[in-house]
Design a protein around this ligand. Sequence first.
Ligand code: GLU
Length: 452
Amino acid sequence: MACAMAPPVFRFAPSPTGLIHVGNARTALLNALLARRGGGTFILRFDDTDAARSRTEFAEAITEDLEWLGIPPDRTERQSARLGLYAAGAEKLKALGRLYPAYESEEELDLKRGLQRARGLPPVYDRAALTLSETERARLEGEGRRPHWRFKLDHRLVAWDDGVRGPQQVDTSSLSDPVLVRAEGTFLYTLPSVLDDIDFGVSDVVRGEDHVTNTAVQIEIFEAFGAVPPRFSHHNLLTLPSGEGLSKRLGHLSLRALREAGHEALAVAAAAVLVGTSEAVSPVESLAALAERVDLSHISRAPARFDPDELDGLTARTLHQLPHAAIAHRLENAGIGGGAAFWMAVRGNLSRFTDAMEWWEIVGLPRPGIIDPADRDFLAQSATYLPPEPWGSETYAAWVAQVKAASGRGGKTLFRPLRLGLTGRDTGPELAVLLPLMGRARVEARLKGEAG
Ligand code: GLU
């Protein structure tokens, strides 16, 4: 870990090979929120050394998705622009005797593994390449074989204190020496990741538990370079409700699709972070509030099912408690007026943010309500009792008392035609709060069946 006093540095390192899903969002959010909470830095690093599968449009989509979630990175890096650093790192490992050439083809390796399994042995690479003589190597190269390069593991117990899983240890003699450089000279993810983490001063790596084994290997690589490894935390993975793992390739639960379905980013963030932890999945008022609820040691060890149907309720409940200040810019961008009074009046009735637009049309724009012909006279009559402005929170009660006395109506026959006539809806926010927002002219026009 970096010096205890230094601000922490976290990173989210997706490969831009597809749209990120809610499981990737879990990783991104944990890193971003912990970085913010600790006054540190959040780096977005694109692991795009696989040129065939990486795409600029996915990198752009990921950047946009992080912005939508509210966690734009402090810094963005692309591995494809840093290949020189990785080549130099590979040379250094060679000089240290930790990176060696191996010539086996995929078929030969498959065959070896098959034989090991048949003998009841684990399919671990036998390091045959290490025993090649100069002549044998020259012969293989003469045949036109190009080597791939393997990291020579220390074959020891590698231990770390995992932020989620507690003390961990992996015996690297149970692992194959990992290939770091492919025969065609391209890098697999393992080495560039370590070199970048060293170069960027990454203090904390929070990632999915599918990387636990990589961590043992990577700790050995950090140490080969004389670097202190970061603190590692491996969170459980999210699955579909069926238990099937989430796949970027198959487009499962992409943030893009959740956004297009009208879900609130804060609701998606709360669900992505809190599901599968000892915290209840409940709405939050802000990402800062969500950050306060993050505790890596409270993350469960078992995979967590993510049910997108629960997002409907969470999106609604997120909107219901959102203060006006947190949403003012979105209301303004959507052309919705009425300020805090309008927002506080309608927020409790929204399932999606877009519903606010409909309420704004009802309250702030000229359009007719719904009037049953049988109620026409009653409503026109009611209009004559409207008091002069200014209107406040008491206006409605006073007016309705008069309407009631004059018409002799009560209960549903009193309230339903008023609500339908004024709003065109049979449910919605309290008329008492809507009336002052609509203003006398609009209310009067609606009651008379005009598009006020
Ligand atoms: N590109 C890797 C992944 O998406 C990064 C893992 C890491 O955070 O080190 O799984």
